[in-house]
Design a protein around this ligand. Structure first.
Ligand code: THU
Length: 130
């Protein structure tokens, strides 16, 4: 199976980031072993841009996947190698928490974290969902 961080780095090459010049790729591993990727896509109306992680999650959901094991994230200024860790933003963590359990793995350039480590407390409509 392809390495998840390599898949994220390849997806990063498709990032559309003419405003920030910061390119991000994400690769999501589904429960059944498929890899679904995403990249950030910006817009001239800046707030409309989407992060790579959420692009990957929403694409996966659109393709029928709702359970995931891990995500790898490769991010760096355009033209540089993604060798430094690029943690997901808070909005992406909240979206991941919708579909992923506490042990879901977030793989960065240097090491892995669990979702619960990076988002110990999250919004949920019921106490159980927090
Ligand atoms: N970005 C991501 O793709 N993922 C994150 O978790 C944080 C930031 C993108 C959004 C924007 O296109 C660029 O990085 C700079 O903020």
């Amino acid at each position: 199976m392809q390495d998840l961080f390599t898949a994220a780095s390849e997806a990063r090459q498709r990032a559309y980031c003419p405003y920030s010049h910061f390119a991000v790729g994400a690769a999501l591993l589904t429960e059944d072993g498929e890899i679904i990727t995403g990249c950030n896509a910006e817009n001239a109306s800046y707030p409309l841009g989407l992060c790579a992680e959420r692009a990957a999650v929403f694409r996966a959901v659109s393709e029928g996947h709702r359970r995931f094991r891990a995500i790898a994230i490769a991010g760096a200024p355009e033209g540089e190698a993604p060798v430094q860790p690029c943690p997901p933003c808070g909005a992406c963590l909240q979206v991941l928490a919708e579909f992923c359990g506490d042990a879901f793995e977030i793989r960065l350039a240097d090491r892995s974290y669990t979702l619960r480590e990076l988002l110990p407390v999250r919004f949920g409509l019921t106490e159980d969902a927090r």
